[in-house]
Design a binder for this molecule. Structure first.
Ligand code: PLP
Length: 326
């Protein structure tokens, strides 16, 4: 039995839009706009499923623990926002390199924020990552106080995409999808959506995009530097093709998309578009995932100089200003 959430929480059911500049007569490219989730990213989905599981455990055991989770940013924001709505205490551990706006949002949502001197995305593997090590040591030393949902291992992450993102994409493309292209973080999106689609269409192609080493793509990981998360390893066989994209190409796509559509996406969406370009597809029905929008990355975009000053201000001004309040 799943616990009923009070107050009710709405996550998912995000729209897809056709990207005219990336499509041709024979090739249709759709983008799933995950930044329209209430806390601004695709991570609202796993966060809700992880919290629901934690709530079930807490209600069964009659305890109330602090949720502690390492995150490159978006899971942290989603856990903080949804946790506050559900009356849960949340503590998020992020790498210092996460964007300043990411940290500000987590704090403003009332969560405790701890920082560790890691690379942008928490690495996985014994001793490799201080954010994960700190979360583990809090849980081990104070098991009565802390609960770590662990998005890198917990199947609730996979299930959130298998049960919501995937059927939405399947019905939004009328079952015509031939290629699914998404970035690699925990692997929850790729394995959840990939498994669902493969069960219905064996020859559909599932394509994983990873950034280069020492990248600046928040949320994604390079698997030569970081070990493969257990969640991804479990079902990595659904992935047909792995692509590596450069920061240069990824940020160029962020700028190109903004100029052709006025949609200002986050770096991981640029990476996915750079991957799509590498594929040089001539035909098919493709869905790509836009994991978050560009509003958290304005300092980075300014530093990289990918937009003119007034261009970036104009793009930011027309984005619905996400209040990040509950
Ligand atoms: C913006 C963004 N895109 C993509 C991903 C990767 O998603 P997943 O963890 O499901 O592999 C993340 C993960 O944090 C993210 O924040």
């Amino acid at each position: 039995m799943t616990v009923e959430l009070r107050p009710p929480v709405e996550v998912g059911n995000t729209p897809v839009v056709k990207l005219a500049d990336y499509s041709t007569e024979k090739l249709e490219v759709f983008a799933k706009l995950e930044f329209l989730n209430p806390f601004g990213s695709l991570k609202d989905r796993p966060a809700l499923w992880l919290l629901r599981e934690a709530l079930e455990q807490q209600r069964t055991s009659g305890t109330q623990k602090v949720i502690v989770e390492p995150s490159s940013g978006n899971t942290g924001i989603a856990l903080a926002g949804l946790g506050k709505r559900l009356g849960m205490k949340v503590s998020i551990i992020v790498p210092e390199a996460a964007s300043p706006r990411t940290k500000e949002i987590i704090r403003s949502l009332g969560a405790e924020l701890l920082e560790t001197p890691d690379d942008l995305c928490p690495r996985v593997g014994p001793g490799a990552d201080q954010a994960i090590s700190l979360a583990n040591s809090l849980v081990t030393s104070q098991p009565e106080r802390y609960h770590m949902p662990n998005q890198y291992e917990n199947d609730a992450n996979f299930m959130s995409h298998y049960s919501t993102t995937a059927p939405e994409i399947w019905s939004q493309t009328g079952g015509r999808i031939t290629h699914f292209v998404a970035g690699v973080g925990t692997g929850g999106t790729l394995t959840g959506v990939g498994s669902y689609i493969k069960e219905r269409k064996e020859n559909a192609r599932i394509i994983a995009v990873q950034p280069e080493k020492r990248h600046r793509i928040q949320g994604l990981r390079n698997l030569e530097v970081s070990a493969m998360p257990a969640l991804l390893k479990r079902r990595a066989s659904v992935i047909d093709e792995w692509l590596t994209v450069s920061d240069r190409d990824s940020f160029a796509e962020v700028a190109r998309l903004a100029r052709s559509t006025d949609i200002l996406v986050g770096p991981s969406s640029g990476a996915v578009l750079a991957g799509l370009r590498q594929l040089s597809l001539k035909s098919g029905v493709v869905t790509v995932v836009f994991g978050d929008d560009g509003s958290k990355y304005k300092e980075l975009y300014r530093e990289l100089g990918i937009f003119g000053e007034s261009e970036l201000d104009r793009l930011l001004a027309q984005r619905r200003d996400r209040a990040y309040t509950v």
